[in-house]
Design a protein around this ligand. Structure first.
Ligand SMILES: C[S@@+](CC[C@H](N)C(=O)[O-])C[C@H]1O[C@@H](n2cnc3c(N)ncnc32)[C@H](O)[C@@H]1O
Ligand SMILES: [Zn+2]
Length: 366
């Protein structure tokens, strides 16, 4: 049996139990998020590592974040449960239990957790309702999705069937995908009288990761639902509009008369609470992660894009439309700033800018 070290954990691996080395970055980010969440709530927390496989997440969270008081490891595969137990012992965890059962059975029957980790193969949809129902008054839902091709519009029928939403396969499809996943969380939470605030949302490699803080209350639920809507994109001139719960969507782009493509329903509210990536970035300096620089860069980008409008402009795509070669990235950002517009980079895509300039402002400053 192979042994690896990741973060503060030492792990025995087995060929029968899932472990993806490349997800270390996602686990690093998640461990930092646990630390930031504990600070926000100001107490020790009770955590569920649902779909735990080797137990790597729960073990790392407990070793790296002192505020984790207890971990419940859940997996329905017997080999995974045995391995999680072995790894928990190897790392001298004290306050934990391994549960060999379906995650929904576990979460629907036990309540009162502060943090629920849902890290499935593919879509997290089958586990959202039980995870959301397992919080008492508030908590953090940490969700991974690897069905990014579906959410990004490569399989739009599957997206409609699974998520009840229409995607668009364009240059900002990853952001649309994240917003569709976010809207599925908001809608399911609302049926349980829970409102949602997204502390951090990320697209990287082949996965999406969302940290959704939920709070009980009909008013909170309604407020979150009001942030759902549609993005209309004109592939002819790159104009885009977004509207929350619109009575009717425009068929044609008012700028060029081209046919609008619509994505949604999706979440149009904030994907980041700026304090969250900022605090995680500070914590990252105290940790010895091999991915420290990459994490720092990623969180820095998110800090910038928090508070900015939905969608971004890919400068190569704009270049094709205006039939010019792309400008120097920094100078272009400065020109937009000088013209009085808000500008930021985005973690979703290199060579792309988030701005309130609209396509007109982008073209004028190109
Ligand atoms: C992607 S792996 C988890 C990876 C792990 N969290 C990590 O970071 O390495 C998904 C795990 O979920 C387990 N699983 C799948 N469906 C499940 C269900 N309905 N209830 C409980 N466990 C399930 C599988 O046995 C597998 O170990
Ligand atoms: Zn147009």
């Amino acid at each position: 049996m192979e042994k690896v070290k990741e973060g503060k954990a030492e792990l025995i691996l087995s060929k029968n139990v899932f472990f993806n080395l490349q997800m270390e970055f996602c686990r690093d980010i998640s461990s930092l998020a646990v630390g930031a969440y504990c600070e926000e709530v100001g107490r020790r927390i009770h955590l569920v590592d649902g779909l735990c496989a080797s137990g790597v997440r729960g073990i790392r969270y407990m070793l790296e974040d002192e505020c984790v008081a207890r971990v419940e490891f859940v997996d329905m595969d017997e080999d995974a449960c045995k391995l999680a137990e072995r790894n928990a012992k190897l790392n001298k965890l004290k306050n934990y239990k391994v549960h060999c059962c379906h995650i929904n059975d576990f979460l629907f029957h036990k309540r009162g957790f502060d943090w629920v980790e849902i890290d499935p193969f593919g879509t997290p949809l089958p586990y959202l309702q039980s995870a959301l129902a397992s919080f008492r008054k508030e908590g953090m839902l940490s969700v991974t999705a690897t069905d990014t091709a579906v959410l990004c519009g490569a399989h739009s029928r599957a997206c409609l069937k699974n998520y009840g939403a229409v995607p668009i396969d364009n240059e900002y499809c990853h952001e649309i995908g994240v917003r569709i996943l976010a809207s599925a969380i908001v809608r399911q939470a609302s049926t349980l009288n829970l409102g949602v605030e997204f502390c951090l949302s990320m697209s990287a490699q082949h996965f999406f990761k969302l940290f959704a803080r939920v709070k009980a209350g009909a008013d909170e639920a309604v407020a979150s639902m009001k942030k759902l809507g549609y993005i209309s994109h004109c592939p002819k001139c790159l104009n885009r509009e977004w509207r929350m719960n619109p009575p009717l969507l425009k068929e044609k782009c008012p700028r060029c008369g081209g046919k609008f493509e619509h994505a949604g329903p999706l979440f149009l509210g904030e994907l980041w609470n700026v304090k969250f990536p900022r605090r995680m970035k500070e914590m990252n300096q105290q940790r010895n992660y091999g991915n420290r620089l990459r994490i720092d860069e990623m969180l820095g980008l998110m800090e910038e894009e928090a508070g900015m409008p939905p969608t971004y402009f890919d400068l190569h795509k704009v270049a094709e439309k205006v039939k010019k070669s792309p400008p120097n990235f920094k100078s272009f950002m400065n020109r937009l700033k000088k013209s009085g517009f808000k500008v930021s980079k985005t973690h979703f895509k290199r060579n792309s800018v988030r701005t309130n300039a609209g396509i007109d402002g982008v073209e004028e400053n190109y």
